[in-house]
Design a protein around this ligand. Structure first.
Ligand code: PEP
Ligand code: MG
Length: 837
């Protein structure tokens, strides 16, 4: 065990535990563990020998780094940064070596007392992740004489915390923040990920405060804005790489949250009449509907703590449960091309991994709190910090923490979540909503949303805008008193909720709503007809679905067929695989819902990162390159047999087409084809369904002619084909910007697939997200694709797009795009050629 470092009291006064400090950052130990002193002397003394590694510009705080690497941060008074240096006189300079008892800062407490909320001075070990408190004083202490605490380097866990590796001793750099909204949740998550990738300790220093780069909440707590200069300090064996990665993450450009889904401008507050409530526009539009009030019940928290180990385990289990639930939500969002939802849950995941949040909860358990109380208090402390920041964007992120808090507390208690029950086409009124509340609501439940709190840049606002639901936020608590079921008029565009709408206002609004609905209906009616290009090429516009409900929606939206049924829906979130009969019933229900249309059903595409625990597939180092898609079917032949047999057994199986995921070459295809033949023979079936392969692996695209010789059709999965061709993990948000299927490499593989299929008279479709990209549609059609499979809601627009294209021109221009060298060039040129998008 290393020798403990003795720290003398820097001020005379009474020692207080950090919990009693009237500042949630210190009380929540976000800056580290330590003690506070209610002072009666006014000269801050060095508690040990060391180097002054930082003095706040406003001279109210100072960090001393001791020879063993401990960073002792002393912060005089609370909220004293706002005094801008008045009342403080530094007696040493940054970088100066000082000895124990040397005077560091002279504080004029008679002046400060009148200006600041408290004189309580905090002494914390800023690198508490590598240092631990061995002893703490209580009661009265005398400056320079009494021992305040003893600190020593943590043992085994602190490879990085070696005394030779202090932030000041190793390496530092400056970064200018490129993120449009400063360091809020997602940039903080990027920075955290960069820091965590290396065996190093990284701190950011900004405006006299420091934050551990591995803590999202601490990073956000710095309040760093766009264009701010931030100092980055790294120490440890991989300090250099960590420093470079964190600087890059800070300097990366990310657009303002307003740019993700265009946030409408907030209107000037109108002079509102009686019965009207004003608010901030979150998503434009008009809505009339009955009020549905929603208030989420507080999750149950067991106050009484059990054994220490039991409580630690309960917390760890709950965190793991929530993490895996968020991962599967992210996965579903990714699959449906719902980028807004995916980014939001990604930020939630980073918050869940936050060492300060989890560390604070674990410390509280160590002090005898139950897991529920510990996590609730830790999350609330950090929420308070974010809410108190003078930055609306960060304050709104407190809502994300609330979402997580709720999920973790429910996981600890084992209680089921209470989902909002909202009658269809209601105007939902709530104090605030979390992204999870909204994610759990059916698409047609909401005519509009009104929130007493919230903000236009909150994640909930991003989601309602993406879904086209009119919404007003920050209306004030009065809306929570509006009677359930009362018909109200929401004019979100003009920032008004009319609780007692006059008959003529209602009539005018109804006319506008009807006119808009008519336009949409007209588009939808048109969508019921097949789509042809101007020069007569039929393009099948199909739907990607997951279940029977989606199938009905697809038919309603004008899908010509189903281009991809992801059969995974039947297998996830259960304890064992569905039986053959169960599967047959589910496939039959989909076929029946399609009223005569064809459906392409894909065999189970799990394995890799798409986990189905009961299949017990092996853990893999490179899941994306492992036992996934059809390979997992080969690994579990009985499972594949059941699925093929269930499909063969459906009535009207001629409308069913079977699609194989992740086929690499013709051997994969022939193996399944042979088995399908055997099963059909056993079942006495002579008319086999068509069998197609997904082109998701570059080898399959390169060998498309061989595959087309034995397959009935080819369907390009551009999501995976892009990932494998560009070697960019589709689940890594940091790589998402470069994951563009309009890359010429992809276009060449698509052209080669179409040429291979044409050799044998087979058709080629696209069922990856590229099919939904209106900019890509002419390019795909020009390269020879004749089927596009997309989310049902996009069908009317895509059909309208197809009807405006000229096939001959698409063919000509698509060839020229193959010669370009980047996705950006392809997109720019495509916009010039087909400017109507
Ligand atoms: C694809 O990879 O493009 C595809 C449609 O399959 P999934 O997204 O389900 O992997
Ligand atoms: Mg795929």
């Amino acid at each position: 065990m290393t020798q403990a470092l003795e720290l003398k009291a820097p001020l005379t006064g009474t020692v207080l535990p950090l919990e009693q400090v009237p500042d949630p950052v210190f009380a929540g130990r976000m800056m580290g563990d330590g003690l506070a002193i209610d002072p009666t002397s006014s000269t801050l003394l060095a508690p040990c020998d060391g180097v002054v590694t930082q003095i706040a510009r406003t001279h109210h705080a100072l960090t001393l780094t001791a020879a063993n690497g401990a960073e002792i941060l002393m912060h005089i008074g609370i909220d004293t940064v706002s005094l801008k240096g008045e009342g403080f006189k530094p007696l040493v300079a940054q970088g100066q070596t000082v000895t124990c008892g040397q005077a560091l800062i002279e504080a004029d407490f008679s002046f400060i007392a009148g200006k600041a909320p408290s004189l309580i001075t905090v002494v914390v070990i800023a690198n508490s992740d590598t240092q631990e408190m061995a002893e703490r004083a209580t009661g009265a202490v005398t400056a320079g004489q009494s021992i305040l605490m003893r600190v020593r380097a943590k043992g085994a866990a602190s490879a990085v915390a070696d005394a030779s590796a202090t932030p000041s001793a190793d390496t530092t750099a400056w970064a200018v923040v490129g993120h449009g909204d400063g360091v809020h949740a997602r940039p903080a998550a990027m920075i955290q990920a960069a820091a965590k990738a290396f065996n190093a300790r990284v701190f950011l220093r900004f405006s006299g405060q420091e934050a551990n780069a591995r803590s999202v909440v601490s990073l956000m707590g710095l309040g760093i804005g766009h264009g701010d200069r931030v100092e980055v300090l790294a120490s440890g064996p991989e300090a250099g790489q960590a420093l470079a990665a964190v600087v890059e993450a800070l300097e990366a450009h990310s657009p303002s949250a307003h740019g993700e889904v265009e946030a409408p401008a907030v209107p000037a507050p109108a002079a509102l009449g009686a019965g009207k409530v004003g608010g901030v526009l979150a998503a434009p539009g008009l809505a009339i509907g009955p009020v549905a009030q929603f208030a989420a019940a507080e999750p149950r928290v067991v106050e009484l703590a059990g054994e220490l180990g039991t409580e630690y385990n309960a917390l760890a289990r709950a965190l793991a449960t929530v993490r895996s639930a968020i991962m599967s939500q992210m996965h579903a969002a990714l699959k449906h091309g719902d980028k807004a939802m995916q980014a939001i849950f990604d930020a939630h995941l980073a918050l869940l991994d936050d060492p300060e949040l989890v560390g604070a909860a674990e410390r509280a358990i160590g002090q005898g709190k139950s897991a529920g109380v510990a996590f609730r208090d830790a999350a609330r402390t950090q929420r308070q910090v974010l809410s108190a920041m003078n930055n609306p964007l960060l304050a709104e992120r407190a809502n994300d923490l609330k979402d997580l808090e709720r999920r973790v507390l429910l996981a600890i208690s084992g209680d089921a979540d209470q989902k909002p029950v909202v009658p269809p086409r209601s105007i939902l009124i709530a104090d605030d909503l979390t992204p999870s509340d909204l994610a759990g609501m059916p698409a047609d439940a909401l005519a509009g949303v009104v929130l007493a709190r919230g903000g236009a840049t909150s994640h909930v606002a991003i989601l309602v805008r993406a879904r086209g639901i009119p919404a007003l936020v920050a209306t004030g608590a009065a809306v929570l008193q509006i009677e359930n079921g009362l018909e109200v008029l929401l004019d979100a565009t003009h920032g008004v909720l009319d609780i007692t709408p006059a008959a003529d206002s209602l009539q005018a609004a109804r006319q506008q709503i009807d006119a808009r609905r008519d336009t949409l209906e007209h588009m939808k009616r048109q969508a019921l007809e097949p789509a042809h290009t101007l020069d007569g090429q039929a393009i099948e516009v199909a739907a990607n679905i997951a279940n029977e409900r989606d199938a009905r929606e697809a038919a309603r939206c004008g899908a010509d067929s189903v281009g991809l049924l992801r059969s995974e829906f039947l297998f996830i979130e259960r304890e064992s695989a569905p039986s053959r009969d169960e599967q047959q019933a589910a496939y039959q229900a989909v076929l029946d819902a399609l009223e005569g249309r064809n459906a392409i059903m894909r065999t189970l595409d799990v394995g890799g990162d798409k986990e189905v625990p009961y299949l017990s597939l092996p853990q893999e180092d490179n899941p994306a390159l492992g036992l996934r898609g059809i390979r997992s079917g080969f690994a579990r032949p009985a499972l594949l047999d059941d699925q093929l047999a269930a499909m063969l057994a459906t009535r009207q199986a001629s409308r069913l087409r079977i699609l194989l995921p992740m086929v690499a070459d013709v051997a994969d295809l022939l193996r399944v084809k042979a088995r399908l033949g055997e099963l059909a023979a056993e079942m006495g079936i002579t008319a086999l369904p068509q069998l197609g392969v997904m082109i998701e692996v570059p080898s399959a695209a390169l060998l498309a002619d061989q595959l087309a010789e034995h397959a009935d059709f080819l369907s390009i999965g551009t999501n995976d084909l892009t990932q494998y061709t560009l070697a960019r993990d589709r689940c890594n948000p940091d790589l998402a910007a470069g994951l563009d299927p309009m890359h010429p490499a992809l276009l060449r593989l698509i052209a080669q697939t179409a040429a291979g299929a044409a050799k044998h008279g087979r058709w080629v479709g696209v069922c990856g997200a590229m099919a939904s990209d209106l900019e890509a549609a002419p390019v795909l059609i020009g390269l020879g694709v004749t089927e596009l499979s997309v989310s049902p809601g996009l069908i009317p627009e895509l059909k309208a797009r197809v009807r405006a294209l000229d096939l001959a021109m698409c063919r000509r221009e698509a060839q020229s795009l193959l010669l370009l060298s980047s996705a950006a060039e392809v997109r720019a040129r495509a916009r010039e050629i087909w400017p109507q998008v």
